[in-house]
Design a protein around this ligand. Structure first.
Ligand code: HAM
Length: 426
């Protein structure tokens, strides 16, 4: 294939490539999200990028946009109906059940990181391929577990330096109080002046109507019954405990009685982190309790709670707050050889430095001194290691501090130790 043809390929609509230096921020965000989870005893889990489509029908819900409009589905040559995963919770629970983790000590605490796919209308912050870091705590009904997860997410955002995010909190009740509330809400909604699509939604998924962004709908919702006024005693008490634990941990939240979320499996605690610098796609992460999901996908009762944080949107939030993460250049030393003999000697030293744990790079491509020094400066390395024939004849290389400009000749066999010493690695 010629390059002319190749140049007509672009990443598919709604996707983008992660390329240095921006990709560094993605890695840093993933790490910042994972670190608090590992400290809290969550184990890493990885599931396939696709699952049987039925898992999402049953797990995420047949009345959700994610399942009805946004799934990438395919039929394999063998006749299996699969879907690229639109979210992680159903898959992680499926994997835990399959591996019988629920028969061991509970809760089972798992975290994951990966790509998800939704056929959405692309816009700033909304993509068809995006990244999440998620966490699920399976098999315990304990407000401290809900609080733990929310605190860990808030800590992750804070550790990145983010400030302008808010935590919205709600309870969606349980199988006892939700159906009663749902019926009351339907009675209220049926009396409104709504378009046909919304009327249909009233019958299938009335809580989602509360989430409708359109003014014409929102105006009519004044006075609508709210879940929080219909919570049963158990749910009310549970929610109060979650709120108290968050307050004690210094995590601020706003009660949002209209927070519904776009997945059907939620019960009781639901929450969303929103960032105020992102426009309409402001949710940087969200989650909640899903006490009935295991049974919905054929497992035993396994009350659980979890969240997923959007990596792409968190990177956008960092940009909105002008936060530069310290993802400084990886090379500490950049080698600049002048002549063939120096190439061999310095290449050896670069290898030795790397093996001793020092990040080092090399002026490849036989560049002249000027261009090679330009590369050294551009690399962000602290030191340039320069050598020509005369240096080698004297058994030295020149170590140039690229910050101060100071240059020191060092015996070849002392370079690695000296660099390590200067970098505080000795
Ligand atoms: P979700 O709210 O659908 O929840 O997604 C979580 C986060 O993923 C969102 O807050 C957002 O930051 C990001 N996200 C979602 N869709 C897109 C998109 N099209 N483009 C860019 N970012 C996106 C879940 O996925 C649940 N599985 C969370 C959960 C885990 N609940 C319980 N456990």
């Amino acid at each position: 294939m010629t390059t002319a043809v190749l140049s007509t390929f672009y990443a598919p609509k709604g996707t983008y490539d992660l390329i240095p230096p921006d990709s560094e921020a993605f890695l840093a965000v993933r790490e910042a999200m994972a670190a608090p989870l590992e400290r809290a005893g969550y184990g890493y889990v990885e599931t396939p990028g696709f699952e049987h489509v039925e898992l999402f029908f049953r797990g995420v819900g047949e009345s959700t946009d994610i399942v009805t409009k946004e799934m990438y589905t395919l039929t394999t040559k063998g006749g299996d109906e699969l879907a690229l995963r639109p979210e992680g919770t159903a898959s992680v629970l499926r994997a835990a059940l399959q591996a019988n983790l629920h028969r061991g000590a509970l809760p089972v605490k798992l975290w994951y990181s990966g790509s998800y796919y939704r056929y959405e209308r692309p816009q700033a912050g909304r993509y068809r391929h995006f990244s999440q870091v998620g966490a699920e705590a399976l098999g315990a009904e304990d407000p401290a577990l809900d609080a733990e997860l929310i605190i860990l997410a808030a800590d992750a955002y804070r550790s990145l330096g983010l400030r302008n995010f808010r935590l919205l909190l709600n309870s969606l009740g349980d199988k006892e109080c939700r159906p009663v509330y749902r019926a009351a809400l339907q009675d209220f909604l049926r009396a409104l002046d709504l378009d046909e699509d919304t009327r249909r939604r009233v019958e299938i998924n009335p809580l989602r109507v509360l989430d409708d962004k359109r003014d014409a709908v929102q105006k009519q919702l004044t006075g609508a019954p709210m879940m929080r006024d219909h919570l049963c005693e158990g749910c009310k008490e549970y929610h109060e405990q979650v709120r108290a634990l968050l307050t004690a941990a210094g995590v601020e939240f706003e009660d949002d009685p209209k927070l519904v979320r776009g997945l059907d499996y939620y019960t009781r605690t639901t929450f969303e982190f929103v960032h105020d610098g992102l426009g309409s796609q402001s949710a940087v992460g969200g989650g909640g309790r899903y006490d009935g999901l295991s049974e919905m996908i054929g497992g035993p009762a396994l009350p659980s709670v979890g969240w997923a944080l959007g990596v792409d949107r968190t990177v956008l939030a960092l940009r909105a707050e002008n936060i530069e993460l310290d993802t400084a250049s990886r090379a500490a030393v950049f080698a600049v050889p002048l002549g063939d003999e120096a190439r061999r000697a310095l290449f050896g030293l670069v290898t030795e430095l790397r093996r001793s744990g020092v990040a080092a790079d090399f002026a490849y491509g036989g560049k002249g001194l000027k261009n090679a020094m330009k590369s050294a400066n551009r690399s962000g390395a602290r030191y340039a290691m320069v050598a020509g024939e005369r240096d080698l004849a004297e058994g030295v290389v020149q170590l140039k501090d690229l910050e101060s400009g100071e240059q020191t000749p060092l015996p070849l066999d002392a370079v690695v130790a000296e660099v390590r010493e200067r970098l505080g690695r000795a």
